[in-house]
Design a protein around this ligand. Structure first.
Ligand code: 3UK
Length: 491
């Protein structure tokens, strides 16, 4: 990348140069904006920031909204002004927002009017912002940021402790598009993207903003979508590229919504492990090969993935071109292929926590240590085992919680489950399954025995859950990940 680079210019002006300003860009249930519309709104936002609020390059601006066109206009406006976007999930509570503000000290917050509660900062809501934009010029020359000026701070969906802000440069924003998107996803200008991850989550930022806009495609922004609403939106709008998490794919299948997905060309699954059985069921029902990919807030987006004929169901895939991945032991030495160890990644993006001593835990000898246990095979495919914290050691056996979960999910009565180790005097840890049953099924002792027997038939019997508990729902983070640490606290 050139030394001087503003990624907002690349994504807007450069795309407009190729396709013209009238090309469809953002679609929402309420409105459609062309690339020219988005550019004008973003420019006017930048003028409001600079002229009315005195924002200077490097200032941080907090954004808080569900996925909608004004959020995207604000994101681009902030970057064009040379400021740093701190996009937050609209579902966060005031305590969580306060913790974020304490870490990164934003100068201003731009909020959807429905989500101004608990924002303890100078604040401008989108209604006021739109009014101020009305008399601002449509042109704004983007600040000539350096390629390695910080463009955004993304907070990890980390489950414990003080939130960690990860810094990403202007060039990083384009790097994932030039690696994962270009080599694996291969979007086309006529694609229409949609999906569920919040833009505040870098999975959503890449999949719903950066990747489509970099190639001149359009993106359908949904504020909140149940699996049924998502499937309907796909069918009714002719969506061709979908980004969501394994849970949503599973739930669309379980609810008989697959017939609405047949127009999809590409489906990306990330955020949690995609099991082999779900990949296969989805393929058998829709004919679509899900693209699994592991990404992380620390690396901005996906760094191991596979598409089309490269897919080996049950494997996350291979290192995305541009990235290097390895499996290391506790001393940072590579383990032999076929053996489990810690996933380590190097590439054009990487972890830079904002003033946080946990930096030295995540980056060691130049490798990003993601906290996942993986096995690499001889062909360079990476097979997810568990979060390193979720490996259960019971009577000396290493048991990956997700493997037991996958076995349980094969049972027709199981809607969702989470498997964790519980401290046990005799065995060290007891494999414990928290199970959400399908509607109408009763969780009693007979069901426990039936599920245990079922698991013993499918995987090595020593892995079966010695304890099975039934829940109405699994605890999840705002990005949809199962909070296994909270399951462990349930006792
Ligand atoms: C887990 C996966 C197995 C893994 C993310 C795509 O999830 C994202 O970022 P987070 O910071 O979490 C990172 C952790 O999530 N994970 C993600 N994808 C997979 N595990 N298979 C997968 N396909 O534990 C990882 O360390 O919330 C995902 C793009 C951008 C992202 N930020």
């Amino acid at each position: 990348y050139p030394d001087t680079l503003n990624c907002a210019r690349v994504l807007l002006e450069d795309t407009i140069e190729r396709f013209g300003p009238d090309r469809r860009c953002l679609v929402s249930p309420e409105l459609t904006w062309s690339y020219g519309d988005l550019l004008r709104h973003a420019n006017q936002v930048a003028h409001v920031l600079v002229a009315d609020y005195g924002i200077v390059p490097g200032n941080r601006v907090l954004l808080r909204a569900p996925n909608n066109p004004w959020l995207v206009a604000c994101w681009f406006g902030v970057l064009r002004a040379g400021a740093v976007a701190v996009t937050t999930m609209s579902l966060l509570r005031s305590g969580e927002l306060r913790a974020i503000a304490e870490v990164c000290r934003p100068s201003l917050a731009l909020c959807d009017p429905r989500f101004t509660d608990g924002v303890d900062l100078p604040l401008l809501d989108f209604d006021e912002l739109a009014a101020r934009c009305a008399d601002k010029p449509a042109e704004f020359e983007p600040v000539a940021t350096a390629a390695d000026d910080v463009a955004l701070l993304a907070f990890t969906s980390g489950t414990t402790g003080k939130p960690k802000a990860t810094m990403h440069f202007h060039r990083d924003v384009l790097a994932n598009s030039d690696t994962f998107a270009r080599h694996v996803l291969k979007p086309e200008p006529d694609d229409l993207f949609t999906g569920t991850p919040p833009i505040a989550f870098t999975f959503g930022l890449g999949g719903l903003v950066v990747f489509p806009l970099h190639v001149g495609a359009a993106t359908l922004l949904l504020e909140r979508a149940t699996p049924a609403e998502l499937a309907e939106a796909v069918r009714d709008n002719g969506v061709s590229v979908l980004f969501t998490a394994p849970t949503a794919y599973r739930s669309m299948l379980a609810n008989g919504l697959a017939d609405r997905l047949t127009g999809l060309r590409r489906c990306v699954s990330a955020g949690e492990a995609l099991s082999r059985s779900l990949w296969q069921d989805f393929f058998d029902t829709t004919g679509i090969r899900l693209i699994d990919g592991i990404g992380a807030t620390e690396l901005l987006h996906i760094f191991i993935a596979a598409a089309d004929d490269d897919i080996r169901p049950g494997s996350t895939g291979r290192a995305v071109p541009g990235y290097e991945a390895a499996v290391l032991d506790a001393n940072g030495r590579p383990v032999p292929d076929g053996m489990p160890g810690r996933l380590a990644v190097k590439g054009p993006t990487g972890c830079r926590y904002l003033a946080d001593p946990r930096q030295r835990d995540y980056v060691r000898d130049g490798w990003n240590i993601t906290g996942d246990t993986y096995v690499r095979d001889r062909d360079g495919y990476f097979w997810y085992q568990a979060r390193s914290d979720d490996m259960i050691i019971s009577s000396g056996y290493n048991i990956a919680g997700p493997e037991v979960e996958e076995a349980l999910l094969g049972h027709a009565d199981v809607a969702e489950c989470g498997v964790v180790g519980m401290p046990d005097e005799e065995r060290g840890s007891l494999v414990t399954a928290y199970v959400v049953l399908r509607a109408g099924v009763t969780g009693d002792d007979r069901k426990v025995k039936e599920l245990q027997d079922f698991v013993k038939q499918r995987i090595a019997p020593y892995k079966y859950p010695r304890v099975v508990r039934f829940l109405d729902a699994l605890p999840r983070t705002s990005t949809g990940k199962v909070q296994r640490f909270r399951l462990r606290q349930l006792g």
